[in-house]
Design a protein around this ligand. Structure first.
Ligand code: NAD
Length: 343
């Protein structure tokens, strides 16, 4: 472990964001995590503070630090501004979205889940090529959206997934697609991933699933999956399903990784229904912070944070409402901080 400090951008975000970011900072402080934070705004908070959901100062900060921890950002549904999350991924070319899901609380519907979903983050149906065609007096009579997948992008994400599998001692990568229907759009992803898989033969096994069958099999027999690699939209949907296997969105962290920058966040959104009530589960963001520690080479601190979370949940039995407990954010954070300090 080095004593080097890592400048990092901190975006508290919207809704429950500031509550879970505060909780996570408390746990990181207790660990003595070596981050030097530059706090910036984005999302609705960016609109309120700086008139922009993704202010220049926030982008400049991430360009400088190349590392960020981000609370969820609100995006208006339908109209309004474009998702700041999508813009951040594009600005910093964060092509890989890594979403691990591991059972932390025994006795749930599924035991011993350990799946890592690797989602292509820049292409597919999320590129935002959408428009309406007016007919008669209806300005929005027809809606058209196009997806874009490239061979270069498909190869990059497949190589990332296989490389991740090999480095983390994983046995198998499942390529998830819909090439039977979207023959060009997801066919290019399937073919390219197959090509990449050949380079790992004998070291990492390969499997394929059509996305709808995969969704069903994740419910029937999730233990058959190890690492899943898929395109943008399918990855977004399946990662929420996988989070459900391990106790819900409050337990699911995510990393957005590019060649030059990485942004760590919870998979969940700003949870407006519980914002300001002090009941949000901070664990997803804390697990994202553990991934961030791994990323900068502090595996030992990351391990202590994960152990603190495990101890608070399973030894102290402190759990928030989404996990079937009665604790609020502060009580769970207090328990994790105490474990981390004594661990
Ligand atoms: P959501 O994830 O915010 O909430 C879905 C449900 O899960 C809600 O009932 C919520 O209370 C619950 N939940 C989520 N996180 C929780 C936590 N930590 N503890 C306890 N319960 C939790 O999804 P949504 O309601 O569809 O989206 C709300 C907003 O968040 C939207 O504006 C959306 O665009 C945005 N969003 C942002 C991100 C991101 O920043 N990465 C991701 C998803 C959604």
């Amino acid at each position: 472990m080095t004593s080097q400090k890592h400048p990092a951008t901190l975006i508290p975000g919207d809704g429950i964001g500031p509550e879970i970011v505060d909780a996570t900072l408390r746990a990181l402080d207790a660990l003595g995590a070596p981050f030097e934070w530059e706090t910036c705004v984005a999302g609705m908070a960016g609109v309120k503070d700086a008139g922009d959901p993704l202010p220049r100062a926030t982008l400049d900060s991430i360009h400088r630090t190349q590392l960020a921890l981000k609370g969820p950002l609100e995006t208006p549904i339908g109209g309004g501004y474009r998702s700041s999350n999508v813009r951040l991924r594009q600005e910093f070319k964060l092509f890989a979205n890594v979403r691990p899901a591991k059972t932390l609380i025994p006795g749930g519907r599924y035991e011993n889940i350990d799946i890592v979903l690797v989602r292509e983050n820049l292409e597919g149906l999320y590129v935002g090529f959408e428009h309406y065609i007016p007919i008669g007096s209806d300005e929005q009579a027809v809606a058209i959206g196009s997806g874009v997948n490239t061979r270069v992008g498909s190869r990059r994400i497949a190589e990332f997934a296989y490389d991740y599998a090999e480095k983390h001692g994983r046995k198998k990568v499942t390529i998830v697609h819909k090439a039977n229907i979207m023959k060009a759009l997801t066919g290019i992803f399937l073919e390219t991933s197959r090509e990449v898989s050949k380079g790992y033969e004998g070291r990492v096994a390969t499997d394929e699933r059509i996305v709808d069958a995969c969704a069903m099999q994740l419910v029937l027999n999730p233990w058959q999956f190890d690492v899943i690699v898929t395109t943008n939209l399918f990855g977004d949907i399946l990662s929420d399903e996988i989070a459900g296997l391990v106790g819900g969105l409050g337990m699911a962290p995510g990393a957005n990784i590019g060649q030059h920058a990485a942004i760590f966040e919870a998979v969940h959104g700003s949870a407006p229904d519980i914002a300001g009530k002090g009941v949000a589960n901070p664990i997803a963001l804390m697990l994202a912070a553990a991934m961030m520690l791994d990323h900068v080479g502090h595996q030992e601190l990351a391990g202590r944070l994960r152990a603190g979370i495990d101890g608070a949940l399973n030894v102290d039995g402190v759990r928030t409402r989404d996990l079937g407990g009665k604790a609020d954010t502060k009580a769970l954070t207090d328990a994790i901080v105490a474990r981390v300090k004594n661990g």
